[in-house]
Design a protein around this ligand. Structure first.
Ligand code: HEC
Ligand code: HEC
Ligand code: HEC
Ligand code: HEC
Ligand code: HEC
Length: 251
């Protein structure tokens, strides 16, 4: 059936296009003359502003062309400092896009799903009312956008969850254990996906895709800080993967 062949061939070509590494925009950004990046990259590291600016370099945001103006505002087309900074406010100004209370909605413009979960959390309510509690930058850093690991998470939670302050002192150790479980589930899923090529059957592809979507839920549920829900999501990942086990023993 030549027609079907052609359909399969074009499907393969489309898939191939998606698996190609995305082109890096970093070089384009520098060349395109985004004035913020251009001028700030030349500020000395010894100044506060220079050092903060350089911390963006090499971040995942740089790689995806998320330039300074995307979070700070201002006019990236204006070469002079004064015009470029027009409308941009420092982080201590309550009207600023990077004032700590406004950070979640600034990040949320692009990370809507994480932002939505976050607004459902107790932390968000406390941030809104008392003005304390973690927001995106507490865990991810402002420009480097690191992602917490099981080794680094406990110290972050401990800033507020400890015996001295008395608010849920068990949280740091539990958070560490749950993040470890999340990391391991992700590695296990990757390993299983390599063993079971989707072409082996629609059933296996479906099971793998179920496991992936449960893992995705676990990542999002982080942002609500409901540790027990994350554990339940991860249980779903294992339950899905278990359905693959009998096959993998034959290999
Ligand atoms: C021609 C050079 C130049 C351009 C263009 C420029 N900046 Fe700056 N920027 C500076 C200098 C120098 C400072 C630090 C000294 C100062 O505050 O005047 C600074 C300070 C800042 C600060 C710290 C502000 C504060 O109140 O602490 C931020 C944030 C910032 N710039 C973001 C941007 C963004 C976003 C853009 C693009 C829309 C941009 N800059 C364009 C030179 C520039
Ligand atoms: C993904 C969003 C994001 C991007 C992109 C980003 N920043 Fe920031 N930046 C922040 C946030 C949020 C803060 C304030 C929170 C904090 O103190 O960590 C901040 C703080 C700063 C500060 C400290 C001064 C202040 O107002 O607190 C400077 C300077 C700065 N950024 C410059 C830059 C420059 C220059 C770029 C581009 C090369 C850039 N930023 C890109 C989010 C971003
Ligand atoms: C203009 C859009 C935009 C804004 C605003 C933005 N991001 Fe991103 N962010 C991206 C893109 C694009 C990526 C890379 C692709 C992806 O993972 O979705 C990314 C990736 C990330 C990652 C994944 C890092 C990794 O290693 O996998 C984190 C964490 C992150 N951003 C946090 C933040 C935080 C915190 C803020 C606010 C301070 C923010 N982002 C603001 C567009 C944005
Ligand atoms: C208390 C800590 C914490 C806070 C606060 C937090 N995050 Fe995260 N975030 C994490 C952890 C932990 C992960 C990584 C989970 C993993 O290993 O995949 C993550 C992952 C992410 C990712 C990558 C998701 C992926 O699929 O790879 C994005 C994007 C992100 N966070 C955005 C945000 C935004 C936006 C906010 C603020 C509204 C925020 N985070 C607040 C801890 C936090
Ligand atoms: C800046 C302070 C601060 C940091 C950092 C912080 N928390 Fe919290 N957290 C709070 C406060 C305040 C409460 C609310 C206590 C109350 O309800 O009286 C809370 C409540 C909680 C709760 C119970 C919420 C509920 O829905 O019942 C959990 C779970 C939690 N935090 C997890 C974490 C984790 C995990 C981290 C680290 C990744 C963390 N927190 C970091 C301040 C913080």
């Amino acid at each position: 059936m030549p027609k079907l062949d052609r359909v399969i061939l074009s499907a393969l070509l489309v898939c191939g296009a998606f698996t190609l590494p995305l082109p890096s925009h970093a070089a384009d950004v520098r060349k395109s003359g985004n004035s913020c990046v251009h001028c700030h990259s030349r500020l000395p590291n010894s100044s506060f502003v220079g050092a903060r600016s350089h911390s963006w370099t090499g971040s995942i945001h740089e790689k995806h062309a998320v330039t300074c103006d995307k979070c700070h505002g201002g006019n990236p087309g204006a070469p002079e400092q004064k015009e470029a900074h027009a409308g941009m406010l420092g982080s201590s100004d309550p009207q600023s896009t990077v004032y700590y209370k406004n950070i979640p909605s600034t990040c949320g413009k692009c990370h809507g799903a994480e932002f939505y979960k976050f607004t459902q959390s107790r932390h968000y309510k406390i941030l809104e009312s008392a003005g304390k509690g973690p927001e995106c930058v507490t865990c991810h850093g402002s420009m480097v956008t690191s992602v917490l690991t099981p080794d680094t998470i406990a110290a972050v939670c401990q800033q507020c969850h400890n015996e001295r302050m008395g608010t849920f002192p068990y949280v740091p150790q539990k958070a560490k254990a749950v993040l470890l479980l999340l990391t391991e589930s992700s590695a296990l899923l990757d390993a299983e996906a390599k063993l079971h090529h989707p072409a082996e059957g629609a059933e296996q592809a479906r099971v793998l895709s179920d496991a992936r979507s449960s893992l995705h839920s676990a990542r999002l549920d982080w942002h609500k800080f409901d540790l027990d829900t994350i554990i339940a999501d991860l249980q779903d990942v294992y339950d899905s993967l278990k359905k693959l086990s009998p096959k993998s023993q034959h290999r």
